[in-house]
Design a protein around this ligand. Sequence first.
Ligand code: F6P
Length: 366
Amino acid sequence: MKKILVSTGGGDCPGLNAVIRGIFKAARKSKEWEVWGCMEALNGLDADPPEIVKLTQKRTAGIHVKGGTILKTSNTANPLAYPVVQKDGSIKRVNRIPELAKKVKKLGFDALINIGGDGSQTISQALYENGLNVVGVPKTIDNDLSATDLTFGFTTAVQIASDCFDKLVTTAESHHRVMIMEVMGRDAGWIALHTAVAGGAEICLMPEIPYDIDKIVKRIRKRFNKRKGFVNIVIAEGAKPLGGKVVGRAAATAKDEHLKLGGVCNALRYELEQHPDMPKVQVRSTILGHIQRGGTPMAFDRILATSMGVKAFELVAAGDFGKMVSFQSNELTSVPIKEAIAEYNFVSKDHYLVHVARSIGIAFGD
Ligand code: F6P
């Protein structure tokens, strides 16, 4: 039997388990491959003995409906820049890719399927260039990978955000308030844009379109007659004012390189409350945070994730390595991982949904 190792890296996302199950079922049917899972992204390779588990019918049965990942995940300890504490206490970043590629081969694996976002796929490409047979599966609720029309998890995240938005609309209406809801979206505003259109927001703020506070206040004024009226705003965590910065704080440990975004809705609330032209109404803010990443994947995401798992196995079986599974124009296909990580999927100002949003009166603060 030939052996595949599967890992899930980066932030979790509804649909990861459906991919794992898809790979397992397709491989079992081939009768030529067995599938193993590496625990906590590739960190499982560092344990002694390595934390790897053989996937079985029992371990994978019914997991497609569950959120999270049975293999656990991690978005710390990037092997391309692994932090090693030096004698003087300083941190040196080392490239552990050659070492990890060797470990995977030494454990007898013929291929690795790495499920993850742009960071994980950059690791996939580096492992591939170090001689490992790698196939990538794209994952992100932010939908910010350019080589695929959609990633699983995104639709579920938008549904969760839209459900929460609907709840905030009724309370905004009852109290004549301005409600600001912060959604995920570090560099790309896809969740914010889709939620704004689905929910009927008055204002949508995204990383791609820095906002002008005066324009936001102008839009709010339009909705209030004396103190009567209400406004619902969706803001992506990575949104920023014109000439301003994102709101976040540095990660607590050296193993985590990412700025922890969060709180821009509170900064906006403060700006609005201080603005001289703001109607004298109450403003409230809500951060959805990781709620958007948890729980049961929607049917669409289960289907997309299962399909991507099957396709990933087929690429392995065909010996077509260095590729990432992709969903384009309603077809499953694959692209070189190198191409997939070359560009980011930002919301462009002329995207059809931005046009739709503007046409129904949603303001972007520009
Ligand atoms: O990459 C997806 C994402 O959801 C971002 O939108 C967010 O900034 C980040 O993950 C948060 O990740 P964590 O809190 O797990 O480090």
